[in-house]
Structure formats: C-alpha cells, structure tokens
Design a protein around this ligand. Sequence first.
Ligand code: FES
Length: 134
Amino acid sequence: MAYSRKVLDHYEHPRNVGSFDKNAAEVGTGMVGAPACGDVMRLQIKVNEEGIIEDARFKTYGCGSAIASSSLVTEWVKGKTLDEALTIQNRQIAEELELPPVKIHCSVLAEDAIKAAVQDYRRKHGKGSGSEAD
Ligand code: FES
C-alpha cells in the first residue's frame, strides 16, 4: 500500500523520538497496544507548572502510519493544556495524514496514547481521571 506524502515525511523524519524519565513528577506516560496488529506505542508528555504540555516524546514499535500518527501528535500536544490535548481525535489525525480506512486503527492508537499519558500524569498528581466519557 502506498503511504501518503505526509505519512512518509513523518516516517522518514519522525519528530520527538525518545523518552523522558517516567518517574519524573512532570512526566506522564501512556503505553498502548493495538490488538489487531500487535503494534505498540509509548507517548510521554512533560507538563510545566502552569499545566501546559511543554514537550513530548514517543517510541512506536509499529507500522509507518502508527509512527507518523505518534510523531504528529507529539507536535500537536505541545503548548496545550491537558484538557485541550484530550480533545485531539483520531479522525483529525487520520485526516491530516490521509490515512486509508485500513489504517484508521493506527491513528486510534495515537489518540489512546494521549489519553493514557494524561491519565498517568493526573494519577501521579493525585487527581483522578475525572468523568470518563466512554
Ligand atoms: Fe497496527 Fe498500524 S497496522 S498500528
């Protein structure tokens, strides 16, 4: 299957690959897997005292679309509050990367990874995950 130009760009030049110390207080770590294909994505956010995500890192063991989706969301979450980051939806990721239907679950993985990272950060800071929508 041919990847879109945007997927290839992120795949060949992934942004923000790497990791933060998962035990650091300002870091939230989200680790998610796609049952369909076994691909795994880890997304980390670094949150400053104002509650703004100032940096993000990812490591993805998966397909090109999963790598591109996680690379893209590390760019998107920067500068956002946790609540704003939670509004990022896989549909927007899929649209931006022009993912075909069979690759939609790769973008779902990225949305789930953001949620998991925010949840981890909030758990560390003694705040529950709040009201879960689903
Ligand atoms: Fe499973 Fe892309 S094929 S994450």
